[in-house]
Design a protein around this ligand. Structure first.
Ligand SMILES: Cc1ncc(COP(=O)(O)O)c(C=O)c1O
Ligand SMILES: Nc1ccccc1C(=O)C[C@H](N)C(=O)O
Length: 420
């Protein structure tokens, strides 16, 4: 039986409960959008202030002086990020944005040859990835038919067998999400990588919705490359610097989009006409790092280092299980269906499908719950392990019940807002 007492009991027993106070969680509000923009933590704030101090104190010398010299910050944060995705420190660099990083990886690793020219992706991936892929095909004078899109049977989930079946002889590269942005389905990276490699195909993953929420073993799985943003589960702040993983077997591959910050650090300031790329993932940086947008990630990653991704995943699965149980018990008459997988292949969020989803989201926001709406008819709700509680989940379901029972959603137009 799900009730408020059960939620309170689970909160009391939660080993991560102390971390809620590390974040700016507004009283009386239920923030369930950490899979789109994570909340500010006090440590992230402190890291930004300390960065500003180093600028104040050192001016140009901040590149090499102070607690965290800026010249090495992207590498240092890569090292801090590595355990979250099962990578070696030198396989990870924080740089650029998700989309720009995908462009870099396509420019570096997409080398169509003979019959092997197509890029395999899926129709459920976040559109920016598909736009980036299309543009690289266009650079090589291939039209849209060279992007092979795996279809979903139900519009929510992908069938791994269908993906593998589509890995045919004309495919040069596969790009897939680690966790799907709407349904939250977790793809089996190890299995898909093995299948791609058996067919001589390179494979890369977009980890935007999985990093900081679902553990990965990228190095041991032999994944060729990956890219992600740090503003969702990693709480790096709006527009924070993103990340790249390149497996060490590819070290030495010349960057497709070269720039001086991809240089071997000891050679960079020789300012030679010939570039000497770093022999790590650092080679895929381009220009001067966005230091102010790296700073908050430092504070945030300290907490991930303390807690460990396994403990985060454990609590996240408990939160989403409790969420689904409460939905089952309390919301049965109101016509919701779950678009996320119910088993352990669910990621960090719930995806509630309803034909009135857009205006139900508006009503939730008015009542102090922050979800997000995703077209055509989904409500995403992400209870985040570091700062959400079981009570947040229970109260959200009660608010949703009230909105449905009393038809409060009918006050709003069933239309999305500007960004959600
Ligand atoms: C799966 C996925 N890829 C990429 C992006 C965005 O990329 P960028 O940070 O470059 O805007 C998002 C969300 O914005 C996303 O969910
Ligand atoms: N980058 C953004 C800028 C503005 C508003 C939302 C985003 C998102 O990240 C959306 C997210 N990728 C999603 O899965 O819908």
């Amino acid at each position: 039986m799900m009730n408020k007492e059960a939620a309170i009991r689970m909160d009391e027993q939660d080993p991560l409960k102390i971390y809620r106070d590390e974040f700016y969680v507004k009283k009386g509000q239920y923030y369930l959008d950490g899979n789109s923009l994570g909340l500010l933590s006090k440590r992230a704030e402190k890291a930004v202030l300390s960065l500003l101090d180093s600028w104040k104190e050192y001016g140009i010398d901040g590149w090499t002086k102070g607690d965290n010299p800026w010249y090495y910050l992207s590498e240092k944060l890569g090292e801090m990020c590595a355990p979250l995705i099962g990578a070696k420190a030198e396989e990870v660099i924080l740089t650029g944005s998700t989309t720009a990083n995908l462009h870099q990886l396509l420019a570096t690793f997409y080398k169509p040859q003979g019959k092997r020219v197509k890029i395999l992706a899926d129709e459920l991936n976040f559109p920016t990835d598909l736009y980036a892929i299309s543009s690289h095909l266009a650079v090589h004078n291939y039209d849209a038919s060279y992007m092979k899109l795996v279809k979903s049977e139900d519009g929510h989930l992908l069938q791994e067998e269908a993906i593998i079946e589509a890995m045919t002889e004309e495919v040069a590269m596969v790009i897939l999400p680690g966790v799907l942005y709407r349904s939250g389905q977790v793809l089996d990276i190890e299995k898909l990588t093995k299948a791609a490699h058996e067919r001589d195909i390179l494979i890369g993953f977009d980890l935007c919705h999985s990093i900081g929420s679902v553990p990965h073993e990228l190095h041991n799985s032999g994944v060729d490359f990956a890219f992600w943003c740090n503003y969702k589960h990693l709480n790096g702040g709006p527009g924070s610097v993103a990340g790249i993983f390149v497996h060490e077997k590819h070290f030495g591959t010349r960057p497709g989009l070269a720039g001086w910050f991809g240089s071997d650090k000891s050679k960079q300031f020789d300012l030679s006409i010939e570039m000497t790329p770093a022999d790590t993932a650092g080679a895929y940086q381009i220009g001067t790092p966005h230091i102010l947008s790296l700073a908050p990630i430092y504070g945030s990653l300290e907490m991930f280092r303390e807690v460990g991704i396994e403990a985060i995943r454990k609590k996240s699965l408990q939160l989403t299980q409790f969420f689904m149980d409460c939905i089952d018990q309390e919301l049965a008459p109101f016509g919701f269906t779950l678009g996320n997988p119910k088993d352990k292949t669910r990621g960090g969020h719930i995806y509630l499908v309803h034909e009135e989803a857009a205006r139900i989201c508006s009503a939730l926001k008015e009542a102090g719950v922050t979800p997000d709406f995703r077209a055509p008819n989904g409500i995403r709700l992400a209870p985040v392990a570091l700062y959400n509680s079981f009570t947040d989940v229970w109260e959200t379901v009660q608010i949703l019940k009230d909105i449905m029972e009393n038809e409060i959603y009918k006050k709003f137009e069933n239309k999305r807002g500007v960004v959600a």
